[in-house]
Write a protein that binds this ligand. Structure first.
Ligand SMILES: NC(=O)c1ccc[n+]([C@@H]2O[C@H](COP(=O)([O-])OP(=O)(O)OC[C@H]3O[C@@H](n4cnc5c(N)ncnc54)[C@H](OP(=O)(O)O)[C@@H]3O)[C@@H](O)[C@H]2O)c1
Length: 286
């Protein structure tokens, strides 16, 4: 299939990895970038960029006319629905054929968790748009551990409120790899896939793996939901996001979510383990 792909969200955790994969495989693509310094950095590594920001619809409509396929990811924001549904509508009206959207395992229209509700509503809009689509619902990213870098580096501890709950955390690099396969071929069109790591693990397993790779004892401290919520707000997270994350942790404290084989079906590979993640990111935690 001869695609021309526009990547939205290419300066973020998942999107940046996707740009590397597309570049390495010599696929025809560009990254939509809203920040000129970030665009310069990408251009330096051989990645073509086009300037634009979701919400500036005149500019976006103009940009979209050059592309058949869109990778759609934006960070967690109350503007998610306006930005992503707006993108879907404008893509449709200028003749884009397909959108690969990054959603989340928790996606559910009407959920009291904002992020889950917003992803659910966008998924519904995309499915009803008449465009070809792929929806990828990743589980919690292993890269979220990077948010605990300050306490890990200074005190050899990190705090979470999911108790002994076990979840099949996924390496965001694998979300990028699954996205790549869904962008460059049509075998997965009009499907929704849950992208997970290889096994359900708890934060004690993460602490053990971090300790092994850094040669230090790194401890997981279980905190009550209220304390975690308070800590996130004190650290500057917006109230709605701290509340969403607290609610998700409460759910995962009780759940025993299992891994899926969707990643392997899409990519033909095994997903990366927590050991692979901590090994590859060891320099960050040292
Ligand atoms: N973290 C998790 O555990 C997890 C799990 C499942 C699903 N998810 C979902 O994954 C997504 C986040 O992925 P991520 O962590 O890889 O993203 P990220 O690092 O937060 O990056 C967000 C990207 O979106 C771009 N962006 C935001 N608003 C934009 C706009 N108006 N116009 C153009 N670009 C815009 C950002 O550009 P700038 O660089 O200019 O800011 C950046 O490239 C969210 O939808 C989240 O719900 C996350």
């Amino acid at each position: 299939m001869n695609n021309k792909i526009l990547v939205i969200g290419g300066t973020g955790t998942t999107g940046r990895e996707l740009l590397n994969i597309l570049n390495k495989n010599q696929v025809e693509f560009k990254a939509l970038v809203r920040n000129s310094e970030k665009a310069k950095e990408l251009e330096k590594s051989g990645i073509s960029t086009v300037k634009g920001t979701l919400g500036d619809w005149d500019r976006i409509s103009n940009v979209l006319t050059d592309f058949d396929t869109i990778f759609l990811l934006t960070g967690a924001s109350p503007e998610n629905i306006d930005h992503q549904n707006g993108l879907i509508d404008h893509a449709n009206s200028v003749g884009v054929k397909k959108i690969v959207k990054i959603s989340a395992v928790v996606a559910e229209t009407g959920s009291p968790v904002h992020l889950a509700d917003w992803h659910g509503q966008i998924e519904d809009h995309l499915k009803n748009s008449g465009l070809e689509y792929v929806i990828l619902r990743p589980h919690s990213f292993m890269q979220n551990m990077l948010m605990s870098l300050p306490t890990i580096k200074e005190q050899d501890v990190f705090y979470e409120s999911i108790g002994d709950g076990q979840i099949p955390m996924v390496d965001a690099r694998d979300v990028a790899l699954a996205s790549y396969h869904c962008l460059i071929n049509n075998n997965f069109n009009n499907g929704t896939y849950v992208i997970t790591g290889p096994s359900s693990i708890g934060y004690s397993d993460v602490a053990k793996s971090l300790s092994e790779t850094t040669n230090r004892i790194i401890n997981y401290i279980k905190v009550p939901s209220e304390a975690h919520n308070h800590g996130m707000k004190a650290a500057g997270l917006p109230d709605w996001l701290a509340d969403d994350l607290t609610q998700m942790s409460k759910t995962w404290a009780k759940s025993n979510d299992k891994p899926t084989d969707d990643f392997k079906k899409i990519t033909g590979c095994e997903p990366r383990s927590i050991h692979q993640f901590t090994k590859d990111y060891a320099s960050f935690f040292s």
